[in-house]
Design a protein around this ligand. Sequence first.
Ligand SMILES: Nc1nc2c(c(=O)[nH]1)N=C([C@H](O)[C@H](O)COP(=O)(O)OP(=O)(O)OP(=O)(O)O)CN2
Ligand code: ZN
Length: 145
Amino acid sequence: MIQQMYPQTLHPYSYELNKDMQISAAHYVPNDEAGKCRRLHGHTYFINVTVAGDELDQSGFLINFAHIKQLVHDRFDHTILNENEVFDDKDPNKFPTTEVVARTIYEIIQQHLDTLGHNPKCVGVFVRETPTSYVMYRPKQVKNG
Ligand SMILES: Nc1nc2c(c(=O)[nH]1)N=C([C@H](O)[C@H](O)COP(=O)(O)OP(=O)(O)OP(=O)(O)O)CN2
Ligand SMILES: [Zn+2]
């Protein structure tokens, strides 16, 4: 079980849920400036996804916790991130760095939330790559409507 305090995200919504996940994955950062991270290596990523909104669905959920896990864990667990179609070794904005992993998870979650009728929003994604390194991604503007 993950028990950890995460950086808080300010938002205007009444409901907020958080889903923690652990993902075992390998990656490399395909640039010589990345030093030792240029070589293939693995992490247990600790991920927290925050979803907020003012309305609930017919189950009384903002989103089923299990669906967040399916969207993220099922896609990335026990994989080589560089081989996933969402990443690209030729584009630094798509290298599987902690920053890009966090933003990519946000994009995957929000794309799904956009298909739901009650307008939930992903307001933050926390990704811890090592005991001493993490990234918090927050969308610049949480779109209304
Ligand atoms: N801004 C970023 N810097 C680094 C990233 C990254 O994704 N974004 N990634 C790495 C490596 O992938 C590495 O796995 C993690 O780096 P680091 O925290 O330096 O790992 P250490 O365990 O060696 O940390 P110590 O605190 O020195 O033990 C590198 N940089
Ligand atoms: Zn790494």
